[in-house]
Design a protein around this ligand. Structure first.
Ligand code: URA
Length: 180
């Protein structure tokens, strides 16, 4: 629901990046700042990228949906998951980004990103851990959304999920090295 958003948050980064990361939609802070992944999920993402030896300046980072959708919760703007229709409506923008950037690898952060990239609802657990191809991208990896890591109530589980996320990123860099 684009009318609620402060602004459109476009993708940004290296024009011919080897890796294009797709998130879900801008969050509260991204909506205010006008840039993707600058809030709490972005901080986890940056930390994991650094641990995996990936420089964010070498990436192109975007979202399946370009507007923040939310509902009021007290004084907070609580994130609302985009609908299948909203994901489909924004899909041409993602396809255009893929066409311009022509990344070697696309990384879907979470189920909404994967739903956009594969043009159908997919189960994260079934897709994680190997490369897939689509008509718009030759090598696609699916991993967890950084916000899902933050949502785990137990710190041990958070740490475990975070480690698995870093491992997925390592796997992607070694895939890129082997395919070079
Ligand atoms: N979550 C996303 O999926 N994208 C952002 O840009 C920020 C948070």
């Amino acid at each position: 629901m684009y009318k609620q958003a402060t602004q459109t948050v476009f993708g940004e980064g290296a024009t011919h990046a080897s890796i294009l990361l797709v998130g879900e939609q801008p969050g509260d802070q991204e909506d205010r700042a006008g840039h993707p992944f600058v809030g709490p999920a972005g901080k986890i993402l940056d930390k994991a990228l650094t641990e995996a030896g990936i420089d964010r300046r070498d990436l192109y980072v975007t979202n399946a949906v370009k507007h923040f959708k939310w509902e009021p919760q007290g004084k907070r703007r609580k994130h609302k998951k985009p609908s299948a229709a909203e994901i489909a409506a924004c899909r041409p923008w993602l396809e255009a980004e893929l066409q311009v950037v022509q990344p070697r690898v696309v990384v879907c952060l979470g189920a909404t990103a994967a739903q956009s990239v594969f043009a159908k609802a997919v189960r994260l657990g079934d897709m994680r851990g190997r490369a897939w191809s689509t008509p718009h991208a030759a090598s696609v990896f699916v991993t967890v959304h950084p916000s899902a890591i933050l949502r785990h109530p137990e710190s041990a589980q958070r740490e475990q999920e975070y480690r698995r996320f870093v491992q997925d990123l390592h796997h992607i860099t070694s895939y890129l090295r082997k395919a070079a």
